[in-house]
Design a protein around this ligand. Structure first.
Ligand code: PMP
Length: 339
């Protein structure tokens, strides 16, 4: 019953009626590997949009399992137009296209409208990572024609790390359940997982692996909380707090890394490293004197940005104000120490 409740909660959070909806036993990476391993067969073409670390990771995962990997590339902060995506789909004819909705290494929320339709025009499935964005920025799986969507438990959902919601469309199921070869991973084989989650229509659920039951209880509660609050309220709450933070940062004379407000990820704010400052010194000062952990960039955005995460339970004005005060102090003190 707990697993059935989780399935319903994910269907609501993802805005999907997909039957093949479940939670992985593992963190966001587990869902990432599950999607690639089950959808793609060795030798098939995959197109990966890289505009930060997550595309890089998926490209590597696909390469390791023997896919022919093509990439669309932008430096962190960049995004892809539908025309660019269509051109690459026409050229490479991939079976799967990967796009990150909330690029947490760059602080970018990627536009999703129309991408699913373009993919289907080229007979390609659309895989989307919403680990950092689900619950914080709108994503509508069915309406946006997304074939495989996954997220993590520990971001805006507030559950402990260790479980990862994922959902597959009918099209995705057709591809993954009619493959010639078995997926490289036994643990992540959707034939077994769909039975384990009661999604395969068989009367009996058979032991496959030991699920993280405490994590599942927590995930169920976090999905219930977001359903009670309502997705629209969760999205607007994250936007309201993010806008308060962005204004405060600009008042401090800082530059936000993502210039276009509509492309900023509300849950992860990126600040361009202020001129004349050593970003590591700023972070160390804030940790030492304010006991707050800011972070620098991740993967290709290292040395480009400072990052502030305000998501789920943590996302409130008091925390944003605390972060702003810490940063204001660090900007004064660190500059002084250099003079
Ligand atoms: N994708 C995105 C966008 C993320 O932000 C993260 C985690 N920072 C992941 C994937 C990986 O998730 P996990 O750490 O839970 O494996």
């Amino acid at each position: 019953r707990i697993m059935n409740d989780i399935k319903k909660g994910i269907q609501y959070a993802f805005q999907t009626s997909n039957n093949m909806t479940l939670a992985m036993s593992g963190s966001g990476h587990t869902a990432m590997e599950c999607a690639v391993f089950n959808i793609v067969e060795p030798g098939e073409s995959v197109l990966v949009a890289i505009n930060g670390i997550w595309g890089e990771r998926v490209a590597e995962i696909a390469e390791r399992m023997g896919a022919k990997v093509h990439t669309l590339f932008k430096t962190p902060g960049g995004h892809f137009t539908n025309a660019e995506i269509e051109q690459a789909l026409a050229k490479h004819k991939p079976v799967l296209f990967f796009l990150t909705h909330g690029e947490s290494s760059a602080g970018l929320v990627h536009p999703m409208d129309g991408v699913g339709d373009i993919c289907h025009k080229y007979n390609c499935l659309l895989l989307v990572d919403s680990v950092a964005s689900l619950g914080a920025a709108p994503i509508l799986m069915d309406q946006q024609n997304i074939d495989i969507l996954y997220t993590g438990s520990q971001k805006a959902l507030n559950a402990p790390p260790g479980t990862a919601p994922v959902s597959f469309s009918e099209r995705a199921c057709h591809k993954m359940f009619n493959r010639k070869t078995k997926p490289v991973s036994y643990l992540l084989d959707m034939t077994h997982l769909s039975n384990y989650w009661g999604n395969d229509g068989k009367p009996e659920r058979i032991y496959h692996h030991t699920g993280p039951v405490s994590g599942f209880f927590a995930l169920r509660e976090s999905l219930a909380i977001i359903a009670e609050m309502g997705l629209e309220n969760s999205w607007s709450h994250h936007t309201e707090i993010a806008e308060y933070l962005w204004k405060g940062l600009e008042d401090l004379g800082l530059k936000l890394f993502i210039k276009d407000k509509d492309l900023r990820l509300p849950s992860v704010t990126t600040i361009a490293i202020p001129e004349g400052y050593d970003w590591k010194e700023l972070l160390a000062y804030i940790m030492k004197h304010h006991r707050i952990e800011f972070t620098g960039g991740l993967g290709p955005s290292v040395g480009m940005v400072l990052r502030i995460g305000l998501m789920g339970y943590n996302c409130n004005k008091a925390n944003a104000a605390m972060v702003l005060a810490a940063l204001e102090d660090a900007l004064k003190q660190c500059r002084k120490s250099k003079a």
